[in-house]
Design a binder for this molecule. Structure first.
Ligand SMILES: Cc1cc2nc3c(=O)[nH]c(=O)nc-3n(C[C@H](O)[C@H](O)[C@H](O)COP(=O)(O)O)c2cc1C
Length: 258
């Protein structure tokens, strides 16, 4: 089994970098082969733009999906994109490791998605979800957040964590991955500490143990449900008898969550 970890954090000594290394170490102990991309260390450019395309379809006006499709067809994708697609293609499990920044992944990881989930090579209209490029593979978010599980509950002041993580998970499902429940490390107070140092140290120890335990049985984790292509009507809306799994895609009645 092969896993690929994508790390999005600027500091090599950060807790996020530590969790990425811990994931690699734990999975290797369990017999996995593991690759790791450290986006900041690699100097990955998250800004999708014309200069990445050496043989553009249209040098006068940069249309992103047209250029992605053209470069896919011509075998002219940027090498840093091709190498990531290759790693994803080889992996049975992909882990995205990042801190919550303004309720979203850091821009470098969003840019990785913009550039690596390429129109043509990775997705197109009949090549997504259950027909997608990465069908049969699993993907999981591993995210650190600054505050407690309570603040990320359905009625918490930081926002419902399931909803906050939905867009990234939806994108993973879009390109075909089976999405595993996220690993959320709560209360990861970095330099700005508001709790007692010993409390934070113990919490970080517990997170590491819990994460290792989670990874040891990651293959048997249940999958987060998303709608399949067959759930959509011709009008692009969910069919009346299809299941709804999230307030992001729901039937007219408000989906109640508690
Ligand atoms: C730009 C920025 C935005 C942040 N936004 C959030 C946020 O929206 N929610 C939250 O819980 N923590 C937020 N934090 C705190 C980080 O999530 C926290 O410091 C990080 O998870 C700790 O991991 P690290 O030690 O590896 O950096 C933010 C931190 C930064 C630098």
């Amino acid at each position: 089994m092969k896993a690929h970890v994508v790390l999005a954090h600027p500091e090599p000594k950060s807790f996020n970098a530590h969790l990425a290394a811990l994931a690699r170490e734990t999975l290797v102990e369990c017999g996995w082969q593991v690759t790791l991309t450290d986006l900041y260390a690699d100097g990955f450019d998250p800004c999708e733009q014309a200069s990445h395309y050496r043989t553009p379809l249209n040098a006068d006006r940069f249309d992103t999906q047209s250029e992605q499709r053209h470069a896919s067809a011509e075998g002219a994708l940027p090498p840093e994109v091709t190498s990531e697609i290759d790693r994803l293609s080889e992996a049975d499990l992909v882990i995205l490791q990042y801190p919550m920044w303004w309720h979203l992944p850091p821009a470098i990881l969003k840019g990785w998605m913009d550039r690596v989930f390429v129109y043509g090579e990775v997705y197109k209209s009949n090549f997504r979800f259950e027909n997608g490029r990465f069908v049969g593979k699993k993907a999981m978010i591993s995210v650190t957040v600054g505050t407690s599980p309570e603040t990320y509950a359905f009625n918490g002041r930081s926002g419902d964590i399931d909803l906050l993580l939905w867009p990234v998970n939806f994108s993973l499902a879009y390109v075909g991955f089976d999405v595993l429940p996220p690993y959320v490390a709560y209360g990861v107070e970095a330099g700005l500490r508001y709790s007692d140092a010993s409390v934070v140290e113990q919490r970080l120890q517990d997170i590491q143990e819990n994460y290792r335990a989670r990874l040891r049985h990651v293959e048997s984790d249940p999958v987060v449900p998303f709608n399949r292509m067959a759930d959509w009507g011709d009008n692009g809306r969910i069919k009346p008898d299809a299941p709804a799994y999230s307030p992001f895609i729901r039937h007219r009645e408000e989906l109640k969550i508690d």
